[in-house]
Design a protein around this ligand. Structure first.
Ligand code: TYC
Length: 98
């Protein structure tokens, strides 16, 4: 068989990929059930894990939902924020470089 040579840009060869934690922040108004749904829908967690993370946010102020390459993390933040606002909740979702 033949192999196809792959020519990467210099940038791709020398620039390390950047990873970001996606965090949920606590607030006094977003319902607990809604946060569980967010974790199930956008972070692919089962009900049990989603409930654990929601309670960690509730008690400790924030928790990591996942770690992703920069563009994926930014998309999660945008999707969660849009979904929360559509439902009238102030839920805050932010990203932070690892
Ligand atoms: N503190 C909220 C309440 O008591 C629940 C909550 C959990 C809100 C996690 C936001 O990221 C959050 N209803």
């Amino acid at each position: 068989h033949t192999t196809i040579p792959i020519l990467e840009k210099e940038e791709a060869r020398v620039t390390p990929p950047r990873f970001y934690k996606v965090l949920l922040l606590n607030d006094d108004y977003t319902p607990m059930d809604f946060v569980v749904i967010v974790l199930e829908r956008f972070f692919h967690m089962g009900r049990e894990r989603a409930t654990q993370i929601m309670l960690k946010v509730h008690h400790e102020g924030m928790a990591v939902c996942g770690v992703y390459p920069k563009d994926i993390a930014a998309t999660k933040v945008e999707q969660v924020t849009t979904f929360a606002r559509q439902h009238g909740h102030p839920l805050a979702c932010v990203m932070e470089e690892v």
